[in-house]
Design a protein around this ligand. Structure first.
Ligand code: MRU
Length: 304
């Protein structure tokens, strides 16, 4: 399947790939603040960098309606990029031009992250084809295009250096099985989807060479918030002695948040987990900095 850009401004509306419907491809055109807030909350658009760009365009919609864009910035709490995108467009004389610029920077930034991450993995693992483990979706659909963790995979793949990607299915909304698998198939990368409960065992059995994930917010001390189920991968990687690499743009680094303890973890509807039983649905977890081998951004490789 050829994937269109995750989000694009067309004729006064924000056209999104509806990520709730993947692997079927449907586009949705957002023309109002209320539609955008609903799309963000339902994960029609999702992934920290894509949320940032959506937030910037949200300021354009809000200005048109005479609304306070804070409702967009507050639609989801964990990915700092969303608020950053809103703030960036709000501070500009021309919010639409600022949103376009923010979108273009995301594309460039992902290319830089991919190249830097590929170089780092070569340094850490050698120049043989690699077996990489990822979680959730940190690909083109979580950004504008290319991706962060999957941007690293793409960069290695263009060098013929990806043997296999293991993708956790990522309960409860299956971003790994529905979105990452679609992206990897689209670019012809050999991959296997596993249930989240199999991840630690796959790492312990030596079936992957490194873990590469994205991030929703990185605290000043290097603690990393990402999709629930990331922290167990970091524990398993440390135990197995393989690298745990985080790939994210600088817009995900939050200098105002001292440590992961200060990061608000989104609690989602328990009905996403199970029907008919009491449930608890934290959408993110925090991996402490000491379990992170390196954080690769668009401008630096940081070993917290
Ligand atoms: O709830 P989601 O699907 O928005 O969560 C997305 C993630 O956790 C991603 O790993 C993260 O945003 C990085 S995307 C490049």
């Amino acid at each position: 399947m050829d994937l269109p850009p995750t989000l694009e401004w067309r004729d006064g509306r924000l056209v999104l790939v509806d990520q709730t419907r993947l692997p079927e491809l449907h586009l949705v055109a957002i023309g109002t603040v209320d539609e955008l807030v609903d799309a963000i909350r339902r994960l029609v658009v999702r992934g920290a960098p894509a949320l940032g760009v959506a937030g910037a365009y949200g300021v354009v919609l809000a200005a048109r309606e005479g609304r306070d864009p804070e409702v967009v910035a507050a639609a989801r709490p964990t990915a700092v990029n969303l608020r950053r995108g809103v703030e960036r467009a709000l501070a500009a004389a021309d919010p639409l031009a600022a949103a376009h610029a923010f979108r273009a920077e995301d594309i460039e930034g992902c290319q830089a992250i991919g190249a830097r991450g590929a170089a780092l993995l070569t340094e850490l693992c050698g120049d043989r084809p690699l077996r990489l483990h990822t979680h959730c979706n940190a690909g083109a659909l979580a950004c504008v295009e290319w991706g962060t963790a999957l941007g690293v995979v793409r960069s290695l793949h263009t060098q013929g250096r990806v043997e296999l990607v293991v993708a956790d299915e990522t309960r409860p909304l299956l971003q790994g099985a529905r979105i990452t698998a679609v992206e990897l198939a689209a670019i012809g990368v050999e991959h296997r989807v596993i249930v989240d409960g199999a991840a630690a065992s796959v790492i312990a059995r030596g079936l992957v060479d490194a873990v590469v994930v994205g991030a929703d917010r990185i605290a000043a001390n290097g603690d990393v918030a990402n999709k629930i189920g990331t922290y167990p991968l970091a524990l398993a990687a440390a135990r197995a002695g393989i690298p745990f690499v985080v790939a994210a743009p600088e817009t995900t680094v939050d200098a105002d948040t001292a440590s992961g303890a200060e990061i608000e973890i989104e609690e989602r509807d328990p009905a996403e987990v199970v029907a008919g039983a009491p449930a608890w649905n934290p959408a993110f977890d925090v991996t402490p900095a000491d379990l992170v081998t390196a954080i690769v951004t668009d401008t630096r490789t940081w070993r917290p």
